[in-house]
Design a protein around this ligand. Structure first.
Ligand code: KG4
Ligand code: ZN
Length: 346
């Protein structure tokens, strides 16, 4: 199974056989977005066009395979940036047609979950997954009934962010602190020498949100505003936004994000009676997010599975993994007029 991912700023191509990752390559256009402080869709689309064939070549080389060895093609059909998705889907269609093999359109969010089979060989029968990236923040209920990794995967959305994604919040706070884009890694580095209890940043949702009906939704815009106010107040008092102040804000902000993510994830797992928590998305790179989630999972007797970072961020392997699961389940193939869907739900 050859998998193609192009929903945001990463062009990913991978080859898998069942639950075995044979080779994968990723090209990122992140450097081209730096001066805009965020992903520019048109730039991302063009970068995918340029990167796709070289990335495909690299993935094949790593797998010791040629396109003639490909039995099926999976591609992210959504959710994601419209133009970016189109590039991957057009390439996948052309490949499937030229090689006369089945085409499978897959859901990007479900693929973030499915990637776990490449690490663990199988998905647990039931689990709760937390996906945290620059584009999305979701809590999912995951069922893989056979528990073998080839069972029909059923994913239900438990909650999501109502405003900023967790990674986006890191990126915006970084900007407030004068740190470069993408902000996550810079905020993490600054936080290392800061005091996580220096500022009591808000953790909750607004009272207007019905928390009884949607206990697993997230909101990060209030937190970002609280950071902005703190920075303003500091400036008005004549302070410079640097050194220990930046470190303390970064640490306190990271603590607030990690606390909310861990608290809701653990309570979702407990409410649903599952034993396993899956973590995915670029924010899984954050040491405090991973660390606090691990701590709270252990205290609650939950197993935490975090794929290696290169499989947490967007990549082709997760798409190929889900494509292989779907094909093994007798799902698909998708028609050659497969449409992209930027707002595709789970
Ligand atoms: O999954 P990803 O590579 O791309 C998508 O957004 O789909 O995630 C990128 C996001 C960015 O917002 C970035 O700031 C954040 O993940 N990120 C981090 C860290 N490394 C990357 N956030 C916090 N701490 C990190 N160490
Ligand atoms: Zn993603």
């Amino acid at each position: 199974m050859l998998g193609i991912e192009s929903s945001c700023d990463e062009t990913g191509v991978a080859l898998v056989r069942g639950a075995q990752l044979l080779g994968h390559a990723v090209a990122s256009s992140v450097d081209e977005h730096v001066r805009f402080g965020g992903v520019v869709p048109e730039i991302a689309s063009r970068a995918h066009l340029e990167a796709l064939l070289p990335t495909m070549r690299r993935a094949c080389e790593e797998a010791g395979a040629t396109l003639a060895d490909v039995d099926a093609v999976a591609v992210t059909a959504g959710p994601g940036l419209a133009g970016a998705l189109l590039v991957g889907v057009a390439a996948a269609k052309a490949l499937a047609l030229a090689l006369d093999v089945p085409l499978l359109g897959v859901n990007h969010l479900v693929a973030h979950v499915a990637v776990d089979v490449l690490v663990s060989g199988a998905l647990p029968e039931r689990s709760v997954a937390l996906l945290v990236s620059g584009g999305h923040t979701e809590l999912l209920d995951v069922r893989s009934p056979a528990g073998t990794g080839v069972g029909a995967l059923r994913v239900e959305l438990l909650g999501q962010t109502l405003d900023d994604a967790a990674g986006e919040a890191f990126d915006k706070v970084a900007r407030l602190l004068g740190l470069p884009y993408p902000g996550g890694p810079h905020v993490q580095r600054a936080a290392e020498s800061g005091d996580p209890a220096a500022f009591a940043f808000p953790r909750g949702l607004t009272a207007a949100h019905d928390l009884r009906r949607h206990p697993y939704d997230f909101s990060f815009s209030g937190l970002k505003t609280a950071v902005a106010r703190q920075v303003d107040a500091h400036r008005r008092a004549g302070g410079e936004v640097d050194g220990p102040f930046v470190a303390d804000v970064a640490a306190s902000f990271s603590e607030a994000v990690a606390d909310v993510l861990a608290r809701k994830t653990v309570s979702a797992a407990q409410d649903r009676g599952v034993q396993t928590v899956l973590l995915g998305g670029g924010v899984a790179a954050n040491a405090r997010v991973r660390g606090l989630l691990a701590e709270r999972c252990e205290a609650a007797g939950l197993a935490l599975r975090v794929p290696p970072l290169r499989l947490c961020t967007d990549n082709g392997a997760m798409v190929a993994a889900l494509g292989a699961l779907a094909l093994a389940d007798g799902l698909g193939p998708s028609p050659l007029d497969l449409a992209t869907d930027p707002g595709l739900p789970v």
